[in-house]
Write a protein that binds this ligand. Structure first.
Ligand SMILES: Nc1nc2c(ncn2[C@@H]2O[C@H](COP(=O)(O)OP(=O)(O)O)[C@@H](O)[C@H]2O)c(=O)[nH]1
Ligand SMILES: [Mg+2]
Length: 228
């Protein structure tokens, strides 16, 4: 008698090896950095933004989603980047007007050593972006699975809820916990998220184990294919 093993998590096979469509995010290109909201493009291109505590793993997540080693520079010095970085994603499709979306890398938060002035500036920049940016279709909130749902994460989700904006949470560095602990953290945090807004979603993610990227790509494609 043969016992079949359950499917094991592991690196995703290359898209072509499975006959799945190519990853559109692999074509992402850096567009520009903005220090102030008026420097952002004024157009109709839909955007999905990434935000999270400094060092949560946001750059690593963006790099895995886009299958690029250095698209968003993985920083060893948290709290440094105070700019909004925009990446163009050619999504494909017959209508040239609907060809593109953007991924937006927002400056990280919650770094104690950052001076008050920098924190104020962060609040105006990121708060302004999340509350007002017309192009924004959804926010990916990246959290270290060992410190989920901090006060600033909740503030971010609160801004989304107030605006009726979609939000998707990545509990990243899932490789740092055992399978059972990761799963129970997910269930607990999911219950908290549902209490904020039942439509918000959450998943496990690990840049190091290369797991979870396909799920978040599908969420992003759904957002970016929505007309502005
Ligand atoms: N174990 C583990 N470490 C990670 C993972 N993602 C990021 N890191 C590490 O966490 C640190 C911060 O990552 P980074 O992507 O720069 O975070 P950011 O400040 O949010 O952009 C780096 O040392 C990464 O190597 C992950 O999935 N697993
Ligand atoms: Mg970073």
């Amino acid at each position: 008698m043969t016992a079949s093993l359950p499917p094991q998590p592991g690196p995703e096979p290359a898209a072509s090896a499975r006959g799945t469509p190519p990853n559109p995010f692999a074509q992402s290109r850096f567009l520009l950095s903005a220090a102030k909201l008026p420097q952002l493009p004024q157009d109709q291109v839909p955007e999905a933004a990434f935000v999270g505590r400094s060092n949560a793993g946001k750059s690593s997540a963006l790099n895995l989603i886009c299958q690029r080693k250095q698209l968003a520079r993985v920083s060893k010095t948290p709290g440094r980047t105070q700019l909004i970085n925009l990446f163009e994603v050619p999504l494909g499709g017959p209508d040239p007007a609907a060809l593109q979306g953007r991924l937006v890398d927002l400056p990280g938060y919650g770094f104690a050593q950052v001076p008050l002035e920098v924190r104020r500036n962060w609040g105006a920049l990121v708060g302004g972006f999340v509350e007002q940016r017309a192009n924004l279709r959804g926010l990916v909130v990246v959290m270290d699975i060992r410190h989920p749902m901090t006060d600033l994460d909740l503030q971010m989700l609160g801004w989304c809820e107030a605006r009726g904006l979609a939000a998707h949470v990545l509990l990243t560095k899932a490789d740092k916990l055992g399978h059972g602990a990761a799963k129970s953290t997910l269930l607990k945090a999911q219950a908290e998220l549902r209490a904020i807004d039942p439509e918000m979603t959450m998943q496990l993610f690990s840049a190091h184990a290369q797991s979870g990227a396909e799920t978040v790509r599908a969420v992003l494609e759904g957002w970016l294919n929505r007309a502005v």
